[in-house]
Design a protein around this ligand. Structure first.
Ligand code: NGO
Length: 537
């Protein structure tokens, strides 16, 4: 490659543009990459299902007059039916009425007759010549079955405009349920603010891979992002900054409720995080009395960490925390309230535990379960019933986490060198950081959340989460590029049985997502570790 071309190639937007040009320039390739027509082989979905039984020579093709039939009398099944019809109408151009008659024809979503192993989140999917029937015990199970059906349909089903079918699904039976109950994605809306529409689209994308928690990092040194009625300056002043000095922003309570509601309709639980007692410069700039010296800090737009702390010896700080947590809890139907607790290096060590020992019970008093970065596992911080530590270290052994687990804590696994979506893929990646090393898609996939940490048994692991910090990520396209294809890797670790772990098979199923993402207009990293369908080697 000529040097100027090589330099251009290194910039990722140019890479995407170049690939699009190549793809559009080659008719045959265009067909497959820009929304292929071939149905996926039965079970070639992501995360890989627990059990797949293909029925050779059988397939179902969606007819133009097909309907979505849902369990009679069930509002939750009808809601999933409406969601499915909404997904299929734009590309098929079919009317797809939703009828609550429980019939087994077209696509049926039923709350009876599923194999009991599916539990509360799983489903059974049967494809015959006559119908696709998804059975589950809950609306969530049906919703997960719908995500599988989506991937069994040809990739161009994701097109926003009508495209020719046929809309064929290969025959057989899938019985499927998750390994871990918590499968999360985190978005840092504090370092760079991201508007409601971006969050909505992120939710739409993560659910395709059966992610069921969205953790929002709502406050940090560079900005406060959620309206708190009792402390209006948090957003009026503390929300007007972000990394690099942009305008910042925040969610009103109505907007935040809209996000929570949008997520709930997609069977996603929002986990709000207010990071304490460090990562609080935006608070300390907004309210002078929360500083030990009583002097307001200047707004901060850099990317350092570990320099700010609430004054842990002042009662004002506890009144502040109580008010804020109370208001956030009231906006939160989900069980968890995340209180950060990471990198509190500006908090005197003896004060950190005393602070957490007062704050954890405040969370419990709101009726919520404590979640925090794994530093809240410090031995001096008391165990709080049900609490969840989020591990973000880089080693396979952490006595602090093991000690907290021995007292009853559960763990969500987000090892930075595996699960952090803000890490660069390689030296050519433009957005992101590299303090935890480069994380290519195989690094994100090749580990086991159940045995990653010494003395933390799989039974103490609640699940996995892929955090997307945004110090060096400011646009939605960058979010997509960093999350895909690594987020589906973490999603598969959270859902699929350990026995299915196999890089070659995973990489093949991942490569098949390429045309789907192209049809969704999702810009992803064309990892050289994967052969992307419709694109030679
Ligand atoms: C660390 C730090 C964050 C950074 C992130 C960047 C945790 C839990 N605290 O992760 O403040 O944004 O790394 O990768």
């Amino acid at each position: 490659m000529a040097p100027i071309l090589a330099r251009l190639w290194r910039s990722w937007p140019a890479r995407i543009a170049a690939v699009s040009v190549l793809v559009l320039g080659a008719g045959a390739v265009t067909l497959t990459t820009r929304g292929g027509t071939a149905p996926a082989p039965m079970g070639e979905v992501l995360p890989v299902p627990v059990s797949v039984r293909p029925a050779a020579d059988i397939s179902y093709t969606l007819a133009p007059d097909a309907a979505v039939h849902t369990e009679a009398g069930s509002a939750e099944a009808a809601q999933v039916g409406a969601y499915l019809a909404g997904l299929l109408r734009p590309s098929t151009g079919y009317a797809l009425p939703v009828v609550q008659d429980g019939q087994e024809s077209g696509v049926s979503l039923l709350l009876t007759g599923a194999d009991p192993v599916v539990g509360s989140e799983g489903y059974q999917l049967d494809v015959t010549e006559e119908a696709v029937v998804i059975r589950a015990r809950t609306g969530t199970g049906l919703f997960n079955g719908v995500q599988t059906l989506r991937q069994l349909l040809p990739p161009r089903i994701e097109s926003a405009t009508a495209v020719p079918g046929p809309w064929t699904v290969r025959g057989g039976r899938i019985v499927d349920y998750p390994r871990f109950p918590y499968r999360g994605a985190m978005l840092d809306v504090a370092r760079h603010f991201h508007p409601v529409e971006t969050v909505r689209r992120y939710i739409d994308r993560i659910v395709l891979y059966k992610i069921n928690h969205l953790h929002l990092h709502l406050s940090d040194d560079q900005g406060w992002r959620i309206a708190v009625d009792s402390r209006p300056r948090l957003t009026e002043y503390g929300g007007r900054t972000q990394v690099g000095g942009g305008p910042g922003g925040h969610y009103t309570k109505a907007q935040y409720r809209e996000i929570v509601e949008y997520a709930a309709q997609r069977h996603v639980t929002v986990v709000p995080e207010i990071d304490l007692p460090g990562h609080t410069n935006a608070v300390l700039a907004s309210y002078a009395e929360l500083n030990c010296d009583g002097k307001a800090r200047k707004p901060y737009t850099g990317t350092d960490v570990g320099f700010s702390t609430l004054c842990t010896t002042k009662e004002e700080s506890y009144a502040f925390v109580k008010d804020v947590l109370g208001e956030i809890a009231a906006l939160t139907p989900g069980p968890y309230l995340h209180i950060g607790g990471d990198e509190a290096t500006a908090t005197p060590p003896e004060r950190y535990a005393a602070f957490m020992n007062r704050v954890q019970p405040m969370v419990a008093a709101t009726g919520k379960t404590v979640m925090g970065w794994h530093q809240i596992g410090e031995p001096e911080v008391r165990h709080q019933e049900g609490r969840v530590l989020q591990y973000w270290g880089r080693t396979g052994a952490d006595p602090l986490v093991a000690g907290a687990v021995a007292k009853g804590a559960r763990v969500v696994m987000s090892p930075a060198n595996r699960a952090y979506l803000d890490m660069k893929y390689d030296e050519e990646t433009v957005p992101g950081q590299k303090w935890a090393g480069y994380v290519e898609v195989r690094d994100a996939y090749d580990w086991d959340p159940g045995s990653h940490l010494e003395d933390v048994p799989a039974s103490a692991v609640l699940g996995v989460e892929a955090p997307l910090w945004t110090e060096a990520i400011s646009t939605e396209k960058e979010i997509e590029y960093m999350a895909f294809p690594r987020l589906p890797a973490i999603a598969e670790l959270g859902w699929s049985p350990r026995a299915t772990h196999d890089w070659t098979a995973f990489a093949r199923r991942l490569g098949a997502q390429g045309p789907r993402w192209a049809a969704m207009d999702l810009g992803f990293h064309h990892s050289p570790q994967v052969t992307w369908d419709g694109q030679a080697g």
